[in-house]
Design a protein around this ligand. Structure first.
Ligand SMILES: *Cc1c(COP(=O)(O)O)cnc(C)c1O
Length: 417
């Protein structure tokens, strides 16, 4: 297959060879397990054609909405769930939970360094007149050491004001590894041992279906995420979720709508079918994403381009950080991801200021759903050491094709490195 859709023979052969050197069976089994889990909760909750209907007005008796929340609850092995179009993003889901679960004079502690960039204004790390800080909710954090929790320091920083502890599973725009579930389990046990009443919140973005269990099963009280990442399966057009203890979900629902109304109201904008079908497909899409990340790591590591994680390390979310070290290379890399996308392939991504981010950000996302990062996408803050954060993939072969074009266009096989 020479000159296969603008890919040189040499690159085509190289990537195919890399592919044969990867054993994907671990992911085959993961996909199977999670597909059974999702299917089981659909059956148990009697998802039916009428679940796809939507309500109007106040949204009393939106049966589909109630079924969705019950399915989510079971998939995550939680007591209750809030899955809403009115939650506009992952940031909103986390912000909503933080505001719902704290009161003036409470304190929040993050145990993996600073949380994700867009939460800085929510918390008040960056000044904002609407922050938690402005309501006299204080914040403290403990950095990771060697990619693990600093248990001693965590014990020191927990005070009688500590109401809630945040754990961010994925790496965000940091250089660290994503947290492994065994690490998360260990820190949850450690915190609960100090004070079992502290609420443990896990930012679950990019983590769904990457393992057989989810953080609630490890003792987390509440977890949050975005429907345009893993769990939406590429079909959900927007939305966020919060799942966890019933008492806490009630508080979040009353913060989202109004005290006294809670979960009883809120229409679903004809999205129930997409949310359900997306969840149904999500284990497969996550599987494709993991395979793409693994293939990129294999092919790039062999060409001396470092990644986090490296090919032979464990993949604990769907993100691959590619250490490009160079601004132009980062730009080019993102441009090729964009150019090999099914939508907006002719556009050139440029870096720009974005709401909630401190440095300029570049985002390549040729997506069916705007900004969706469960579709193959690549984003990066324009700062040292110029890491590209790549994730997603509705189909495995789009990822493989993008990789071939990257190797070709960046001349990686010919360059003496
Ligand atoms: C994506 C992400 C979020 C939320 O981002 P939104 O763009 O607001 O959905 C939060 N935390 C982490 C670690 C993320 O990757």
């Amino acid at each position: 297959m020479s000159n296969f859709y603008n890919v040189s023979q040499k690159t085509f052969e190289y990537v195919n060879k890399c592919e044969t050197q990867i054993n994907f069976s671990e992911y085959d089994e993961l996909y199977e397990f999670n597909q059974f889990k999702v299917l089981d909760s659909f059956i148990k909750n009697k998802v039916s054609e009428s679940s796809f209907n939507s309500s109007t007005g106040y949204g009393y008796n939106d049966l589909g909405r109630d079924v969705i929340e019950s399915v989510y609850k079971d998939v995550f092995k939680a007591e209750d769930a809030l899955v809403r179009q009115q939650i506009v993003s992952g940031t909103h889901a986390i912000s909503l939970a933080l505001f719902a679960l704290t009161r003036p004079n409470d304190s929040i502690l993050s145990v993996n360094g600073l949380p994700y960039d867009t939460l800085h204004e929510t918390i008040g790390i960056t000044d904002s007149k609407s922050s938690l800080k402005s309501f006299n909710v204080s914040f403290d954090y403990v950095d990771l050491i060697n990619n693990d929790f600093n248990f001693k320091e965590i014990r020191n920083r927990i005070t009688n004001k500590t109401k809630l502890i945040m754990i961010q599973r994925s790496r965000g725009y940091s250089e660290r590894y994503s947290l492994k579930l065994v690490q998360i389990k260990k820190v949850i046990d450690f915190i609960k041992d100090i004070n079992k009443d502290i609420i443990i919140l896990v930012d679950n973005c990019y983590g769904e279906f990457v393992n057989r269990v989810e953080p609630i099963e490890l003792g987390a009280d509440i977890i949050c995420g975005s429907l345009i990442k893993n769990i939406g399966g590429g079909l959900a057009k927007s939305g966020g979720y919060i799942v966890g203890k019933k008492m806490l979900i009630d508080l979040c629902a009353e913060r989202l709508t109004a005290p006294g109304l809670g979960k009883e109201v809120g229409i679903t904008f004809n999205e129930n079918r997409n949310v359900l079908q997306g969840l149904y497909l999500a284990p497969q899409i996550v599987y494709n994403s993991l395979k793409i990340a693994k293939l990129f790591a294999k092919a790039l590591n062999k060409l001396d381009i470092d990644t986090i994680p490296r090919f032979n390390e464990s993949f604990d979310d769907i993100v691959l950080s590619i250490i490009l070290k160079n601004k132009e290379l980062l730009h080019k890399f993102c441009s090729i991801i964009q150019a090999t996308s099914p939508v907006d392939s002719y556009l050139k991504p440029i870096s720009t200021d974005m709401p909630g981010y401190d440095s300029e950000v570049i985002m390549a996302a040729g997506c069916f759903v705007s900004g969706s990062s469960i579709e193959l996408s690549c984003d990066a803050p324009m700062r040292e050491p110029f890491l590209a954060f790549m994730q997603g993939g509705l189909t495995y072969y789009q990822g493989k094709y993008a990789l071939m074009r990257i190797i070709d266009e960046l001349n990686l096989l010919n360059e003496i490195r």
